[in-house]
Every structure is written in C-alpha cells, then in structure tokens.
Write a protein that binds this ligand. Structure first.
Ligand SMILES: [Zn+2]
Length: 256
C-alpha cells in the first residue's frame, strides 16, 4: 500500500523501454512530493509525455494536469498500444496517427526510407530542436527522434522515440509501432526532396537517361521538385524487399 507521499505507478507495453529493469512491467511506488502534475511525475520517472496516450488514476482516465496527492494508483498506457480503450478519455483531441513526420538531424536515412514508402517527411541535417518543434506543431507532424529530452519539451504533443539504431530496422520499427502498414504507398515520393512523383512518358526523359537504362525500362517517374528521374532498377528491387520486410511486422503487431 503506497504511503501518503508516494503513488503506485505501472507502465504498460513499450513504455517499459524507458524504465530501469526493476520497474518494468510491475507496479512501483514513486514519490509525488514536489511534482506539479501526473505529467511531471511520469517525465521525472523517465517516460516522455509524447509516448503516453492514456493515464488511469484509481481506474479513471485523467488529463496530464491531474495533481497527485499521494496514495493513488496510476496506470500509464502508450500512444500506440492496441487496446480497446475507446470509451476512455485520450489525452489528445487530434488523431495521433496522421502519418506526416519531421525527423531529427540524425535520422536522414530513415527519412529517405519513409519517403520512399510514401510518407511526407521533413528532414534537414542541421535542424535545431526549436525548428523541429515548430514544424511539428504548425503542420501536425509527428517528431521522430532518438533524443528523449526533445520529446519531454512542453510544446511537443506528437512524437515517437525511435529505439533501433540501423536505418532499415528503424523503418520496420516505425511502420510497426505507428501502424503505418495500410498507408504504405511505395515509390510515390522523391526520397531526396519529399516531392510527390509523377509518371512521365519515356520520350520526355529519354535524353536524360543513362545509355544502359534506355533500352531496359518502360516506366519512369519524375520529381518536379529536384528533377530526378526514377525507374524500377536494382535499387528499386532492394527497397521493395525492405518494405516487404517492414509490412509483415506491422501486420503481426496485434499479437503482442
Ligand atoms: Zn525530388
């Protein structure tokens, strides 16, 4: 039984990634003296608020601003957990799965993979935190980052902490965690500049094609942003296999 100055917390599913081993998948007491709200307490435990979609205090859903006085039982659920919690109060009015992104400066390869999968991704290798947050808030973009501190900033409402370090594994992780599989539209967006691609007749781009490509491929796409031409070469096949790997992971994620 928690004492007056502590509450009992339990975190569910992938929120446990942020906890030390002794606190994972189990209830633990945590001092709430000096915390201004349940959001404060959750972040001081180490979990960014952007990862949280539902908080139950003594079985009732509450907002981030709820003050804890001690003695409560607090259950914290992640944004993308597949639970039937529809009747309860979620912490955000806007849909969180609007699949548009802004990526931190270290996730350039992931940005290219996601664009190739069809997702609108802002990325620059010199983004500052304030620019990422502005883009997220102004355009309702989900921040993808490996920086937990960024996700704890007050203005951030839509964010996901990327656990994996390799870019291909990151793509699979993000597709699974954010349930993007139904929204995959492979090869519809320029991986370099994020512009949507348009089909273009071969005759229009023929003189810009490498000699060995001219006779082999029939379908071409043009990026009106950077004028790149895309065709279904060996690069296409490799990326196709990567997306095939990412998508089944998404299809199976409900079985956890
Ligand atoms: Zn382009």
């Amino acid at each position: 039984m928690p004492s007056a100055a502590t509450a009992e917390f339990r975190f569910y599913a992938e929120l446990n990634d942020f906890l030390p081993p002794g606190r994972r998948h189990a209830g633990f007491d945590y001092s709430v003296a000096g915390t201004r709200s349940v959001k404060d307490a959750i972040e001081s435990i180490g979990v960014p608020h952007t990862e949280v979609d539902l908080i139950l205090v003594d079985g009732r859903s509450v907002g981030f601003e709820r003050v804890l006085r001690g003695g409560e039982r607090v259950a914290v659920y992640p944004v993308f957990e597949l639970l039937d919690i529809a009747p309860l109060e979620h912490l955000r009015a806007q849909p969180l799965r609007e699949p548009r992104f802004v990526l931190d400066a270290h996730l350039g390869k992931l940005a290219r993979h996601l664009r190739m999968a069809g997702f609108d991704c802002l990325y620059r290798n010199d983004y500052r935190d304030s620019e990422l947050i502005t883009a997220s808030v102004a355009e309702h973009r989900i921040i993808l980052t490996r920086d937990k501190g960024l996700l704890k900033q007050r203005l951030v409402t839509h964010g996901y902490f990327v656990r994996e370090t390799g870019s291909e594994a990151q793509l699979c992780e993000v597709v699974r965690a954010l349930q993007l599989q139904p929204r995959l539209r492979p090869f519809t967006r320029c991986r370099e500049c994020n512009t949507e691609l348009q089909d273009v007749p071969k005759a229009e781009v023929l003189e810009r094609l490498p000699e060995k490509v001219r006779g082999v491929y029939a379908r071409f796409q043009l990026c009106s942003g950077c004028q790149r031409i895309y065709w279904e070469g060996s690069h296409y096949a490799r990326l196709r296999r990567l997306l095939d790997r990412a998508a089944p992971a998404a299809a199976n994620s409900g079985g956890r």
